[in-house]
Design a protein around this ligand. Structure first.
Ligand code: NAP
Length: 263
């Protein structure tokens, strides 16, 4: 694997880095020369990612944490900053998917709503709040929130997911208004269906609901006739983390195989 130094000297924190989109982004940041703090619940997967980053000559710190626990984001922040220093690039990626506990709103489950909103929206807000003082003091920072096209359109039987991802865009846009003049940008990436464990569950749910084969449902989802690969989100995440994106802020960028064509 080729390496470059476009993020040399930077420290990144990527949540939900054990698998899927977060793993691909964390690996790419390590490859680009950043020190990377990675967190998730699955220690084995995180350690295997860390080993890959170290094999590239990079520095990586693993913090195992369940972000559904009320104090976990503080522990993650303190563990990463005490070892790697201030965070320059925050990627709020960890999330519960739209087909976890799918139900129409009329039959929704309050506890599940609260957990989804906490992991998908409150934890990103809290991590932003924790990393911002150092970013503002340094006059440089990058906040990248992994929202979804469901931050712009509904998710059938996934109201908490859609609400949390819409909320993440409100957080992103407001942050951009508050911090951009001081060298910190805030942007959101809005992926369409990406072939990960989280989206496997969504497709299986839709296929079962519609009584159609999974492969047929998948082909019909996007204009490209397939789901995205996690690696296809990486170039955008690299761009938003670097110096070249200084003029890009407050944006919610779709990368979705052509599903959502408006804003
Ligand atoms: P994934 O492969 O299933 O990965 C999800 C990640 O989130 C894992 O690293 C998981 O960690 C972590 N996570 C979930 N709950 C957590 C918790 N309570 N505490 C700590 N970590 C937790 O899914 P993905 O598709 O890459 O999803 C990443 C992000 O992209 C999510 O925010 C998702 O909403 C968003 N997204 C995905 C798609 C898609 O189609 N795949 C589309 C739009 C947006 P462990 O497994 O280690 O617990």
């Amino acid at each position: 694997m080729e390496t470059n130094d476009s993020l040399a000297g930077r420290t990144a924190l990527v949540t939900g880095a054990s698998k899927g989109i977060g793993r691909a982004i964390a690996l790419a940041y390590g490859q680009a020369g950043a020190q990377v703090g990675v967190t998730g619940r699955n220690e084995g997967e995180l350690e295997s990612l860390a080993a890959e980053i170290r094999d590239l000559g990079g520095r990586c710190q693993v913090v195992v944490a369940d972000l559904a626990e009320s104090d976990a984001e503080r522990r993650v922040f303190e563990a990463v900053t005490s070892t790697l220093g201030d965070v320059d690039i925050l990627v709020n990626n960890a999330g519960i998917g739209s087909s976890a506990n799918p139900k129409p709103v009329a039959e929704y489950d309050d506890d599940f709503w609260d957990r989804m909103m906490f992991v998908n929206l409150t934890v990103p807000y809290r991590l932003c709040r924790r990393v911002l003082p150092a970013m503002l003091a340094a006059g440089w920072g990058r906040i990248i929130n992994i929202s979804s096209i469901n931050g712009k359109i509904g998710a059938l039987h996934g109201a908490a997911y859609a609400a949390s991802k819409h909320g993440l865009l409100g957080l992103t846009r407001t942050l951009a208004m508050e911090v951009t003049a001081r060298g910190v940008t805030a942007n959101a990436i809005c992926p369409g269906p990406v072939a990960t464990a989280l989206n496997d569950a969504r497709i299986a749910y839709d296929a079962q609901r519609l009584g159609r084969p999974v492969a047929e449902v998948e082909r019909g989802l996007t204009l490209i006739g397939r789901r995205l690969q996690a690696e296809e989100v990486v170039p955008l995440a690299l761009y938003l983390a670097g110096d070249a994106s200084a003029a890009m802020t407050g944006q919610a960028l779709n990368i979705d195989g052509g599903i959502v064509m408006t804003g």
